[in-house]
Design a protein around this ligand. Structure first.
Ligand code: SAJ
Length: 412
């Protein structure tokens, strides 16, 4: 068998490695020639534990190759981004482009799996887009048997930082346009997944994925709101959460400077736009979390007023600890807001995973990227935005005499 994966990113590349390692020939397809060239050299353009060794191994074994042209294959996995538009509806242009790239290559018996997180109904659209270009093929239809092509949705659900573990161990939801489609698509995941494979229909699979991330977002909003309230009452939120979590049925997450990454700040909006009138809690949770960076920045500005000419150190720029991903990072938003509000103040920024000033921050002349120790040494105010391991270790040694704003509770 031969499998093509469209999108050599955070999901497509790990999936390619997992399958290639099982002795299947995998062809990675990407519109970006630089991504293709990197895979061909056995390299990974981002940091993810165990992925680099997996890619170089799979390429060396000759099981993984990459190309910009969609090849013929027995199965196709679509793992391209689904960003959102200004109006917070999903931008399906990458998914559509992938479906249209696949269409001319399809032969009877092929499987097409959508892994990209998508609003309800997208898997059906993929089927329709392909069907429009290939009237010669019988596409799957609810209640009918005997299709030429099998179309299903199998949403990715791996946690950045643990992708190579979770891609193997997580249970997988496989939703087919027909039961036969689900069964066919499941055969791909049975190659490498050790978790259970749960068969369902495509719309349920689409919704389940969105609900998983909305669930986390609502829980993060709860933690962030408790933090806001506790702060206003001069109560230590970390102590409150530590105590409350000793209840057998309470498990509050950690508040922070906001909720980032490419999924959790985006996916709940797909639910809201599918049912705007009914999504009150989910929408409010998004708003609570989106407000966090503004609150954190305002607190820093407040603390800075105590000094005549303060220096601020901001530790962390990525969207969460121990990854190099800065997409939708609340830390970057916080730093930008502080830099804008305090144009006269020197601000040192430090992150072990970031070596060039992120583009969104390049306009501020008062920002400097620094090593953490130098940054802290010179600072009057130290703001911890991401709990990277090396920052946690600074707890006792470096912080004496400074004003500390620990947004992650890493030094508690
Ligand atoms: N965060 C907190 N406090 C916490 C935990 C997280 O503030 O206690 C913040 C993080 O710093 C980050 C954001 O929340 O900014 C999201 O981080 P995360 O670790 O909760 O999740 P992601 O975005 O890395 O991955 C999520 C996962 N979804 C769920 O756990 C339901 C992952 O399984 C999904 O595959 C992924 O989204 C995705 O791609 O959809």
């Amino acid at each position: 068998g031969r499998l093509a994966i469209l999108g050599m990113g955070y999901i497509g590349l790990p999936t390619a490695v997992a399958i290639a390692t099982r002795g299947i020939d995998v062809i990675g397809v990407d519109v970006n020639p630089a991504a293709v060239a990197a895979v061909r050299r056995g390299e990974v353009p981002f940091v993810e534990p165990d992925l680099a060794v997996g890619v170089s191994g799979a390429v060396a074994m000759g099981r993984l190759t990459a190309t910009t042209e969609t090849p013929e294959a027995d199965a196709f996995i679509i793992a391209v981004p689904t960003p959102f538009n200004e109006d917070r509806t999903a931008d399906l242009s990458y998914v559509k482009a992938a479906a249209e790239q696949i269409a001319p290559m399809l032969r009877s018996g092929n499987i097409v799996v959508l892994e990209s997180t998508s609003p309800p109904g997208t898997t059906q659209k993929v089927c329709d887009w392909i069907g429009a270009l290939r009237p010669d093929l019988k596409m799957p239809r609810d209640g009918e048997t005997g299709a030429d092509i099998y179309v299903a949705h199998c949403p990715e659900r791996v946690l950045p930082g643990r992708i190579m573990i979770e891609i193997i161990t997580n249970d997988r939801v496989v939703g087919g346009l027909t039961p036969r489609c689900a069964e066919k698509a499941a055969s791909i995941y049975r190659l490498f997944a050790q978790g259970e494979i749960l068969l369902t229909d495509a719309a349920s699979a689409e919704m389940a994925k969105l609900v998983e991330n909305a669930y986390r977002d609502v829980n993060l909003a709860f933690a962030n709101e408790i933090s806001l309230i506790s702060e206003s009452l001069h109560i230590d939120v970390w102590e409150v959460i530590r105590l409350a979590n000793r209840h057998p049925r309470v498990n509050i997450l950690n508040p922070g400077p906001g909720v980032g990454g490419h999924c959790i700040p985006v996916d709940p909006w797909f639910i809201v736009s599918a049912a705007p009138q009914l999504s009150r809690l989910i929408r409010t949770a998004r708003e609570v979390n989106d407000h966090r960076p503004h609150h954190v920045a305002a607190q820093v500005v407040e603390k800075a007023k105590r000094f005549r000419s303060p220096t601020v150190a901001c530790l962390g720029l990525t969207f969460k600890a121990n990854v190099d991903d800065v997409r939708e990072s609340p830390a970057i938003e916080v730093v930008g807001l502080i830099a804008k509000a305090l144009p006269e103040v020197d601000i040192f920024v430090s992150d072990p995973y970031v070596s060039v000033m992120p583009r969104q921050l390049s306009e501020y002349g008062n920002l400097r990227l620094e090593g953490a120790h130098q940054a802290v040494e010179r600072a009057d105010i130290v703001v911890l935005l991401v709990e990277h391991e090396p920052f946690k270790a600074m707890r006792h040694t470096r912080l004496g005499g400074k004003v500390i704003y620990d947004t992650r509770g890493a030094w508690h």
